[in-house]
Design a binder for this molecule. Structure first.
Ligand SMILES: *[C@@H]1O[C@H](CO)[C@@H](O)[C@H](O)[C@H]1NC(C)=O
Ligand SMILES: *[C@@H]1O[C@H](CO)[C@@H](O)[C@H](O)[C@H]1NC(C)=O
Ligand SMILES: *[C@@H]1O[C@H](CO)[C@@H](O)[C@H](O)[C@H]1NC(C)=O
Length: 473
């Protein structure tokens, strides 16, 4: 009867068993100590239990215990939002037909056999996005004498993970691995974790190998049931919390960008209006945009962008604004050559109000000349007598005022001299006005430059404060 039932399944495994039968019958009577004999007896017992769930009463569900230890995080692809992990997986369930008395078999209480004839739960990982054809195939199962079957194997899992990269590169990611049967409902299979969270975590911490990029913070496990299309399924959920090791990003990204911002701030102290400053600034902006390209490669396309990305964007904007400010000041200096007079609105808005707001000390040239001009007008030009003297025809004056023709030669000479001196004075005031206008342009440019510098510093300091406070919390 044994032979006939085995001969119906002529696969290599059963041919092996056939041999063992011959061996067994040959040396019957001796104590049975070989695995082969036990395997034969199990095959006979289980022959009808390989296709269907191995319970004696169909109403009883099979309890499947699950455990995993995280070995390493192979990759966390931020742009695809996928997590590739390598885990050590363990699954345990009971086959109610596969049990034996170890006393009958020379004390053998566990046997390791290939599992092609065994019923295996249809386990499925809900988050899995790729089939795990890169996992090594370990075909063996451990069966103990009370019918408990243990499947233990390494698994490479590619799963989806919702990434939150707001704090990049100081981010923590929480990913889930949900194990459950795909077909069997909770009446058939109940999934339970083999160990509690603290044990799972300490097991994983023991074996976890960091590949430099990610550090394992915590693993916890829970079981629950979900309803899907009217059927209730049992699940075991592992929650992995991993933290990015930020050193690489600090060295390659954050420190260089801080240096570039610093350089750009310092470049505001290069002499105003020179091409040197502009060239320097453009070079810094170029360098910064290269960093932005690198950052772009590292960051995923996500709805809420990383605070580092916003920071870099604002820094670039401020750099551009300060470059435009530098161009504006050099344009103002250029205008001072062609249009010496500063427009009134610049005088009012820039040189008075803005200067007062920025506590900018204007050189006395502008306000004082106005005062001096007033004095000069009052003392010399206000007097009618002096105004006449200023005219270039003193001979005519003499005719009009014959009584003054009596003046001596010295007095005439002195009056002549006075006229000349007054003319020179006028000339001087005129050219001083020109220079003042030029230096007014210069002052206005200085004020604009100061304004840009102050805005720049304020924005950069605020951004630094915001970014650091986000990272710290
Ligand atoms: C093999 O299994 C059968 C059925 O359970 C049992 O009667 C028999 O004793 C077993 N064989 C040995 C050698 O123990
Ligand atoms: C099935 O489960 C019931 C309890 O729900 C238990 O009393 C019974 O022994 C189980 N049957 C088998 C064959 O294990
Ligand atoms: C987890 O299991 C271990 C050993 O069984 C036990 O000592 C520990 O208290 C359990 N922890 C929790 C949180 O249940």
């Amino acid at each position: 009867m044994i032979r006939s039932s085995i001969l119906t399944k002529m696969n290599p495994y059963n041919i092996l068993l056939l041999f063992s039968i011959i061996q067994w019958s040959a040396c019957s009577g001796e104590t049975i100590c070989s695995y082969l004999d036990l395997a034969l007896n199990l095959t006979y017992k289980n022959i009808r239990g390989t296709l269907v769930r191995p319970v004696k009463n169909w109403r009883n569900s099979t309890i499947v215990y699950i455990d995993l230890s995280l070995y390493t995080v192979v990759n966390l692809d931020t742009s695809l939002q996928s997590l590739t992990t390598y885990i050590w997986f363990l699954m345990e369930w009971k086959n109610e037909f596969l049990n034996w008395d170890p006393g009958e078999f020379c004390g053998i209480d566990t046997i390791i056999i290939p599992g092609e004839d065994l019923w295996v739960p249809d386990l499925y990982i809900y988050e899995m996005t790729e089939s795990d054809d890169k996992s090594p195939v370990i075909p063996y199962f451990i069966i103990s004498s009370d019918g408990i079957i243990t499947e233990s194997k390494p698994l490479r899992i590619v799963s989806t993970c919702n990434l939150d990269i707001f704090k990049f590169p100081f981010d923590k990611q929480t990913c889930y691995l949900t194990f459950g049967p795909y077909v069997h409902s909770v009446q058939d299979i109940i999934m339970l974790p083999k160990f509690n969270s603290s044990q799972v975590n300490s097991n994983s911490q023991e074996i976890f190998v960091s590949k430099g990029d990610w550090v394992l913070l915590d693993i916890s496990v829970s079981s629950m049931t979900i309803w899907s299309e009217g059927v209730e399924y049992s699940q075991v959920i592992f929650e992995l919390i991993i933290k990015r090791a930020p050193v690489v990003y600090i060295i390659n990204l954050i420190i260089p960008s801080c240096f570039l911002v610093l350089l750009d701030v310092v470049s505001m102290f290069i002499q105003m209006g020179t091409g040197e400053r502009l060239g320097f600034k453009i070079t810094v902006v170029l360098g910064f945009s290269v960093l932005l390209l690198i950052l772009n490669d590292m960051l995923p396309n996500s709805d809420n962008p990383a605070v580092l990305g916003i920071f870099c964007c604002v820094c670039l904007a401020v750099m551009v604004i300060s470059t435009v400010g530098s161009i504006a000041t050099s344009y103002m200096l250029m205008l001072s050559e062609t249009h010496p007079n500063v427009p009134a609105w610049i005088q009012v808005w820039v040189m008075r109000r803005l200067a007062r707001v920025l506590c900018f000390k204007i050189k006395p040239s502008y306000e004082d000349t106005v005062a001096i001009k007033g004095e000069v007008n009052a003392s010399f030009l206000g007097d009618t007598e002096d105004r006449k003297l200023r005219e270039k025809t003193p001979e005519l004056q003499e005719k009009k005022h014959p009584q003054k023709g009596k003046d001596s030669l010295e007095v005439k000479l002195l009056k002549r001299l006075l006229v000349e001196i007054l003319q020179i004075h006028q000339e001087l005031i005129l050219s001083k006005d020109m220079q003042d206008a030029k230096s007014d342009w210069y002052t206005a440019a200085q004020i604009v430059d100061r304004l840009v510098l102050i805005i720049y510093l304020i924005i950069v300091v605020i951004m630094f404060a915001v970014v650091i406070s986000v990272w710290v919390t």
